[in-house]
Ligand binder design. Structure first.
Ligand SMILES: Nc1ncnc2c1ncn2[C@@H]1O[C@H](COP(=O)(O)OP(=O)(O)O)[C@@H](O)[C@H]1O
Ligand SMILES: [Mg+2]
Length: 375
């Protein structure tokens, strides 16, 4: 389902940009502050209904303009769909094939998209919400029952937490426990099933990218492993009442990532964090494509930052081998030496995006530095 055309109006510094991307790798070059990240951000907004840089929508409207518009065409199964989003300073409008739609989930269904941004590893290491999101994104796209269940769980949890904070009788406070536990167990089963696939795919990808150390990935479901959720909810009622929120359940699930080098737990450097989080993203993306047979747009912003030349090239090689549509930013075309033909290049300058001819392809050869630097 590649994006075949994109039109962006009044999105940050981009006044008007019309881009016809290629089906595979698209490289966007430009100097600092030219608008490369903005271009990816506009696609992210179109596909997810939110920016990866800010929650404040007003920030996204070009200074001096009243509204922003991003729309694009996606092709799936030989059929073209038009997907659009506008924001006028007060509210958002979403349109699919000309019809107004509610909620942003419909955008994600039409344009499955994953992003690797320079902040991704910080977000991932800082927040369990981001780590859970990695599992839930996949389940949202692959398991039709997951999202309705997830919404139901959130509603029940909200009701329980609100009742815990009010002086209400236990018959009211714990009215939802059975439903909450049963939906919670379902969510957990789905996550555990996906986690098994993810773990295997991730370990392979991480090993190929890092080539040193032993990586481990664990899933923590949000309550004791050997206790049914209902039993734990009942056991911790007094403490939940005291704290005013529910302390067990899949809303607290988490992923735990570690690297051991020579048998010693390693404090991850920024570069290693970045590589491991990229490996997780790539595992998520590959499993999405394998399970659904669909493609996924991958945004890779400034992927080379904090990576040495060898690791950067390795990540780029993996990206180039993916059979999906990728948008990758770089300061200069030289920062990225393409190994395959069929890539499309764009240059951003003075808030315009124009196609440029790609650099000649460099034949793939093993790098003599590989061995010395990584052993
Ligand atoms: N709402 C806005 N209107 C106009 N310009 C903006 C707006 N928001 C950000 N900018 C400008 O966009 C530029 C940043 O663009 P960005 O996409 O981050 O550049 P790059 O990724 O190429 O380094 C900055 O110069 C910033 O001042
Ligand atoms: Mg940038």
């Amino acid at each position: 389902m590649p994006l075949t055309r994109l039109e962006i109006q009044n999105f940050r510094l981009l006044q008007k940009a019309v881009v016809e991307p290629g089906e595979k790798l698209n490289v966007i070059t430009g100097w600092n502050a030219a608008g490369k990240t903005t271009f990816l951000e506009a696609m992210h907004v179109l596909a997810t209904g939110r920016s990866f840089r800010t929650r404040r929508w007003a920030e996204l409207i070009r200074h001096g303009a009243d509204n922003l518009v991003v729309h694009g065409s996606v092709v799936e199964g030989g059929q073209e769909h038009r997907v659009g989003l506008a924001f006028d300073g007060r509210g958002r409008t979403i349109r699919i094939d000309g019809s107004a739609m509610k909620g942003t989930a419909v955008l994600a269904r039409h344009v499955p998209l994953l992003a690797i941004t320079p902040e991704l590893h910080f977000e991932f290491l800082r927040s369990s919400r981001h780590r859970r999101g990695l599992l839930d994104w996949w389940l949202f796209h692959v398991e039709p029952d997951f999202y309705p269940q997830w919404l139901r769980y959130q509603r029940l949890l909200g009701q329980r937490n609100a009742a815990l904070r009010r002086p209400s009788p236990p018959s009211v406070q714990f009215l939802w426990d059975e439903d909450l536990a049963s939906v919670g167990e379902e969510i957990d089963r789905s996550r555990q099933n996906f986690f098994r696939l993810l773990r295997e795919e991730f370990l392979q990808t991480a090993a190929a990218l890092l080539q040193r150390g032993t990586v481990s990935l664990r899933f923590l479901r949000g309550w004791e492993d050997n206790e049914p959720l209902l039993a734990q909810l009942q056991r911790t009622r007094t403490s939940d009442q005291r704290r005013g929120f529910t302390q067990s359940g899949p809303h607290l699930a988490d992923l735990h990532l570690a690297l051991d080098t020579d048998g010693i737990r390693t404090q991850l450097s920024h570069g290693q964090q970045k590589i491991l989080v990229i490996a997780l993203r790539l595992a998520q993306l590959r499993l999405f494509m394998a399970k659904t047979g669909r493609r996924c747009v991958l945004l890779a912003d400034d992927i080379g930052a904090e990576l040495d030349r060898i690791h950067r090239q390795r990540v780029c090689d993996v990206l180039e081998a993916l059979e999906t549509q990728i948008f990758l930013t770089a300061i200069e075309a030289q920062d990225f030496s393409p190994r395959s033909a069929g890539l499309r290049m764009f240059h951003v300058e003075q808030s315009y995006i124009k196609p440029v001819s790609p650099l000649p392809v460099t034949p793939k050869k093993s790098d003599p530095l590989d061995v010395e630097m990584l052993k």
